[in-house]
Write a protein that binds this ligand. Structure first.
Ligand code: AHG
Ligand code: MN
Ligand code: MN
Ligand code: MN
Length: 332
């Protein structure tokens, strides 16, 4: 099962999912169906994003979300599209979304899966035509079928994920995901409305020369992070910060690099959310041979206590994350 089927590049997502399903004799095809539902919503959101300038779904929605952020119209559109696709697909009983305060019950009481989702990542970039994304994380429910999912179903550690992925709406639209057997990337061909396998078995270089951090916060970062940034500068690394986590992560995944969102006095747990940003990308990066840490602990080992809790994030090439962790160790 471990070995990644040498499927020809150009395989469609559907065929890939079916082939992979054969690997899991016990699989009943529900997770496959869930992945198809996500791909469907991604196609619909992709179209909305591509037309945002022409239709009036750009700009602010005029409300704040539970994070205290001004919701963009596309945050809302993406949120509705993914919730609807997962509800109609029937496999998901409960959803956690960045854009909703509490649990979203789909009414699929037989559904075995929970999905945590960031419907639109990098919202500040929507109106300026910069790459944005969607991030999702999938768990098997702990509670019995036949009723709504519970809060315990949704507060599982990242190690319990059965799948995780992201869509990047960039110069091309890609779906990248893992079900625990490696990471595969699919590129969307709009004229056919299909995702095709374009990046089989993605692995992240053990180290890279790109660092991504919002250096505007430099003076408020922990000393170890400042030291690491100084090292990157001395080594003449490239500073690349897009402001969309998915885009910065995807570039580092392919080329090697590290993305950092440190804690500061003002935000002691940083900004990024554990359930639908850090855990999902943490699962993917580990499956690609990389590392994801909150500066001290493995992200996937963190026990969530609330749906929208934040954590500092250091993620990417293994050796680069380990170097920052070493610098963050309390000095003897
Ligand atoms: P979201 O748009 O889903 O709220 O996520 C935004 C995140 C992440 O995508 C990005 O890397 C980071 O916020 C940027 O934060 P700063 O503007 O503080 O650097
Ligand atoms: Mn947001
Ligand atoms: Mn986000
Ligand atoms: Mn978001």
């Amino acid at each position: 099962i471990k070995e990644n089927l040498a499927l020809p590049v150009g395989t469609t997502l559907d065929r890939f999912i079916m082939r992979k399903q054969e690997d899991f004799p016990y699989a009943t095809g529900e997770l496959s169906q869930l992945l198809r539902d996500i791909a469907l919503a991604a196609k619909i959101v992709n179209r909305a994003i591509n037309h945002a300038g022409l239709t009036d779904i750009g700009g602010a929605y005029g409300k704040q979300n539970v994070q205290g952020e001004d919701q963009q119209r596309l945050d809302i559109v993406a949120n509705i599209r993914f919730i609807r696709a997962l509800r109609n697909g029937g496999e998901v009983c409960t959803i956690v979304s960045e854009e909703e305060d509490g649990l979203i019950q789909t009414g699929n009481h037989k559904g075995r899966y929970i999905v945590a989702i960031d419907p639109l990542d990098g919202s500040s970039n929507i109106d300026v035509n910069v790459s944005i994304g969607t991030i999702f994380s999938v768990y098997r429910r702990l509670s019995d079928q036949g009723a709504d999912g519970t809060i315990e179903d949704c507060l599982q550690k990242g190690t319990e994920q059965v799948a995780a992925g992201y869509i990047i709406y960039g110069s091309s639209t890609m779906l990248v995901y893992t079900t625990g057997n490696g990471v595969n990337g699919f590129t969307y061909e709009t004229s056919l409305g299909e995702f095709f396998l374009s990046h089989p078995n993605i692995t992240i270089p053990a180290k890279g020369e790109i660092y991504s951090v919002n250096e505007g916060g430099f003076h408020h970062f922990p000393a170890g992070v400042k030291d690491y940034i100084e090292l990157c500068r001395v080594r003449n690394y490239s500073a690349r910060y897009i402001g969309s986590l998915v885009a910065d992560f995807h570039r580092n995944l392919l080329k090697g690099g590290i993305y950092m969102y440190p804690n500061t006095q003002k935000s002691p747990l940083g900004k990024l959310r554990l359930l639908y940003e850090c855990n999902a990308l943490g699962f993917i990066v580990e499956q690609a041979g990389g590392k994801a840490s909150d500066g001290k602990n493995r992200i996937l080992d963190l026990q969530p206590n609330e749906l929208h809790q934040r954590c500092p994030l250091y993620i990417g090439s293994k050796e680069m994350v380990e170097e920052v962790e070493a610098l963050l160790m309390p000095r003897k």
